[in-house]
Design a protein around this ligand. Structure first.
Ligand SMILES: [Zn+2]
Length: 354
């Protein structure tokens, strides 16, 4: 069977290789792949910046955003079920968090990740999986279910924000999302779904696909070409929470200044290495202390966030039909996977069809 692979830590391109069809063991389920989503992490791996092959292998099968059909039965999974697999697997040390199913919070950093770190991914025709890492998705969500993995990352962020803010009496009314890529857009939809007035700020001028989609959910697009970040509070009032999804090195620090009193900022983007900023840290210190502000980071997600995400996909589909489907701007057959990994200007989410 075919698989899309790279030689980790070497610059691409990806190659299509023949690998043996896996045989399920120890209660595993065999899954026939339908689609695999492509994200920035995959592109970083192809560029040789990131990624580790499984022990004893010189190649890594890519892909961590999965969607497939179970072709055998397992605990809580039946043949014919549509399933999405979670990404992380526990560390060998069995740390406190991995043991409790919070692999996204692994204490040792020795967790493994499908298609990223030490384990082959899902860009292949068949894979096997322990059913405890599978989330069933209703068949009527087939056309948008490939978004479940990135959505799980957003569900974790929003859950964390509300858990952390139990530190005070807090009734958030206004949110700012920084970035209008897939994570920015999905964050916007989730915030709108829970009834928060949401403004999404990004570099692109107005009128592109992403701001049309988010405005369908009742959010407002703010382009950096018309509205500098520092002007936003004068336009929208007190900002209670910010989700940063840009990967900018400077924007998170600027955002502390525009966040309202008692507010919280979640950082999800990763800035490129070696960016040196000249900033007035005393001003940031003052803003955080005197206004009870909180900045935290969030990565990955655990199974509960995937399960919340399934309910969210359904809710977004019902409320704003088409916004999720239209996020998928390109579908590429597995034979031409290298094309999928080259980002086009108008790409939002690119999906490889297996
Ligand atoms: Zn761990």
């Amino acid at each position: 069977m075919k698989a899309v692979a790279v030689y980790p830590r070497k610059q691409g391109p990806v190659h299509l290789r023949e690998v043996k069809k896996p045989i399920p063991t120890n209660g595993e389920v065999i899954i026939r792949a339908l689609e695999v989503g492509v994200c920035g992490t995959d592109r970083e791996i192809v560029n040789g910046l990131y990624g580790d092959a499984p022990y004893g292998s010189d190649f890594l099968i890519l892909g961590h955003e999965s969607l497939g059909i179970a072709e055998s039965d397992g605990v809580d999974v039946k043949k014919g079920d549509m399933v999405v697999a979670t990404v992380r697997r526990p560390c060998p040390e069995h740390c406190l968090n991995c043991t409790r199913g919070e692999i996204d919070m692994c204490l040792t950093g020795n967790y493994r990740e499908k298609g990223i770190k030490g384990l082959h991914g899902f860009m292949t025709e068949y894979y096997t999986e322990d059913p405890k890492y599978l989330v069933r998705v209703p068949h009527d969500l087939r056309h948008v279910a490939i978004l479940l993995e990135p959505l799980s990352v957003v569900e974790k962020v929003i859950e964390q924000i509300f858990k952390i803010q139990k530190r005070l009496a807090w009734e958030p009314r206004t949110a700012l999302v920084l970035g209008a890529g897939p994570i920015g857009l999905l964050s916007t939809f989730v915030l709108r779904d829970i009834g928060i007035a949401t403004y999404t700020f990004a570099r692109s001028p107005s009128g592109r696909l992403n701001d049309r989609l988010l405005e369908e959910s009742g959010a407002h697009y703010l382009s950096a070409t018309d509205t500098p970040l520092s002007y936003i509070p004068s336009k929208v009032g007190q900002i209670d929470l910010i989700v940063e999804a840009t990967g900018s090195a400077s924007l998170p620090f600027e955002a502390i200044g525009v966040l309202g009193i008692n507010g919280i900022i979640a950082l999800t983007g990763i800035a490129g290495q070696g960016r040196i900023l000249e900033i007035d840290t005393s001003c940031i210190n003052l803003k955080i202390v005197l206004e009870n502000k909180l900045v935290f980071g969030s990565v990955n997600a655990n199974k509960s966030h995937f399960e919340t995400g399934v309910r969210r996909l359904k809710s977004i589909e019902e409320r704003w039909p088409g916004v999720l489907r239209n996020m998928i701007t390109r579908r590429v057959p597995i034979q031409r996977s290298q094309e999928a990994l080259e980002k086009g200007d108008s790409d939002m989410k690119v999906v490889i069809e297996v």
